[in-house]
Design a protein around this ligand. Structure first.
Ligand code: BES
Ligand code: MN
Ligand code: ZN
Length: 515
């Protein structure tokens, strides 16, 4: 894990592998951002000109490396693009800083230490740079030959695989003795570390992460952070009548689990429940997915990973709100014991579901967990799930959809997502789509009309939320897993989508600024 400190050192005297500075796109070519004045002076004020000669424009995500000026203890300067320069007297947005810090940290993979001299207008900016650097430094090397060791370029076999993340980040230009700066950076460290742990879980291959081992990871973390944890195994699930979770897990040799994580604060006035879809592998079951659609399906537990990370982060931050996380864990496999299309499941709520397509499994495990969460009468429930390909068709790869049974709550979640730099968009739950799920045999079918499939799934879930409880559903199928090139602070593979939005919701609930 990358270490991070707020430093008062001058850029010239700091012994590191690189100094990171910001460069923006000005009206007449690249301009050096504040925070890098001393570095620019050491180049006799010619840094912008040199960067322009090297082909840099200051565009977002652009990274240019050049030798440090004479007299510097660090050998390299890394100039990272910030995009268009803000208007006079306006500051860079937190998200711009987060992305730039992320791109720079990623470009420094394999290095020991880097100093970040990016423009910091206030404590929140320091938090954004810290978060961007820690998230951008992430790499998943556990399965590479010299996995995770980092930095040893000299002799290690396979050193070009798994360089390991940038080991240490020093933030320059912050105020280490200022409480607000310290708090912002501490928050960034807690959230980023837990988010990166969620990414590790998502990236772990499904032969090593199944419901049982995921539950064990949750149990260990809960113990470490004083979170109460309950794990229902397949026997307890059968006794409790969790037909949805059991039905989805029935085809797998790895048995399902329902994990409940309860973080409580003595000062809490509100109670939030987070529910995560945790399909550790989604083969589609008997409605088997064809090749081309199953290669990344280890990511189908991203919702549960996000919920897990958010509860642990809430505990680490000591938020004054009670947060309960429910991880609905199962592996969806075809076998002689698998649920068949045509089977009817009796759910934990008592409703019956005709399973028409075993690949629509997420809503089945979530239904049981939502009903379970409803029993404790929380002030609100938010579920997070890689639920539908339809949501990806609608919103693309970087935006999650928000559905809710309460317009104000949906708007509040959208605003919280925007605040932390997550792309999200409100989606409707049109009542007329409900009749497509009518079943001649059971109370409801697990599939309806093809068009609007993401909304149909949302309508299904709504039926398993307790009467009068505020609820929202985040369909993160698009942004949960990045199959393209890394960008900003987002790596290839598991992204940790929704973690920061959930943490922000918990903070806003704690401070009484949400409902
Ligand atoms: N896990 C998938 C959704 C998914 C697809 C997530 C691609 C991430 C990337 C989900 O379980 C699924 O298979 N949904 C079906 C539902 C359909 C059968 C009603 C879908 O979207 O096709
Ligand atoms: Mn599926
Ligand atoms: Zn799935």
């Amino acid at each position: 894990m990358t270490a991070l400190t707020l430093s008062t050192a001058a850029a010239s005297g700091l012994r590191a592998d690189a100094i990171v500075v910001g460069v923006a796109k000005g009206a007449k070519g690249p301009v050096i951002a504040s925070g890098a004045e001393a570095v620019d002076q050491a180049y006799d004020g010619r840094l912008a000109g040199v960067l322009e000669t090297l082909g840099a424009s200051g565009a977002e995500g652009e990274v240019t490396k050049l030798p440090a000026p004479a007299g510097f203890k660090s050998p390299v300067v890394v100039a990272v693009g910030l995009g268009t320069e803000p208007e006079k007297d306006a500051a860079y947005t937190g998200e711009t800083l987060r992305r730039a810090a992320g791109a720079a940290a990623r470009a420094l993979a394999g290095s020991q230490k880097a100093a970040f001299a990016l423009p910091l207008a206030d404590a929140a900016d320091a938090g954004a740079v810290a978060e961007g650097a820690l998230l951008g430094a992430y790499s998943f090397d556990a399965y590479k030959e010299n996995g995770g060791s980092g930095g040893d370029a000299k002799g290690a076999k396979g050193a070009k695989n798994g360089k390991g993340p940038l080991a240490e980040v020093a933030l320059l230009g912050g105020k280490p003795r200022d409480k607000a700066y310290k708090a912002a950076v501490d928050r960034a460290v807690a959230v980023s570390e837990e988010l990166n742990r969620a990414r590790d879980l998502i990236n772990t291959p499904p032969n090593d992460l199944n419901p049982e081992s995921f539950a064990a990871v949750a149990q260990a973390a809960a113990k470490e952070h004083g979170i109460k944890v309950t794990v229902l195994d397949e026997k307890a699930l059968a006794k409790g009548g969790y037909g949805g979770i059991l039905g989805v897990g029935a085809g797998s040799a790895a048995t399902p689990r329902l994990v409940q994580l309860s973080y409580t604060s003595s000062k809490a006035k509100k109670h939030l429940a987070f529910v995560g879809k945790g399909i550790t592998y989604d083969s589609g079951g008997i409605s088997l997915k064809p090749a081309g659609h199953n290669e990344t399906m280890k990511c189908d537990m991203s919702g549960a990973a996000a919920v897990f990370a958010a509860v642990v982060a809430a505990a680490r931050l000591g938020l004054e709100v009670n947060v309960t996380g429910y991880l609905a864990l199962a592996e969806n496999m075809p076998s002689g014991s698998a649920t068949r299309p045509g089977d009817v499941l009796r759910m934990y709520s008592g409703k019956t579901v005709e399973v028409l397509n075993t690949d629509a499994e997420g809503r089945l495990v979530l239904a049981d967990a939502l009903w379970k969460a409803s029993e404790s009468k929380p002030d609100a429930i938010v579920d997070v799930a890689t639920l539908t390909g339809a949501m990806m068709l609608a919103l693309g790869n970087r935006t999650f959809g928000i559905m809710a049974n309460d317009d104000a709550f949906r708007t509040a979640i959208h605003e919280a997502a925007e605040e932390v730099g997550e792309d999200a968009w409100p989606m409707p739950l049109p009542d007329h789509l409900r009749k497509g799920m009518d079943s001649p045999t059971a109370d409801i079918a697990n599939m309806g009309e093809r068009y609007g499939g993401g909304l149909v799934a949302g309508l299904f879930l709504r039926e398993f939320v307790g009467e009068g409880i505020t609820w929202a559903h985040l369909d993160i199928a698009g942004p949960a897993f990045n199959e393209s090139a890394p960008f900003g602070y987002t790596p290839k593979g598991g992204t940790g989508s929704a973690v920061r939005t959930l943490v922000r919701l918990a903070e806003l609930t704690a401070s009484g600024d949400l409902g």
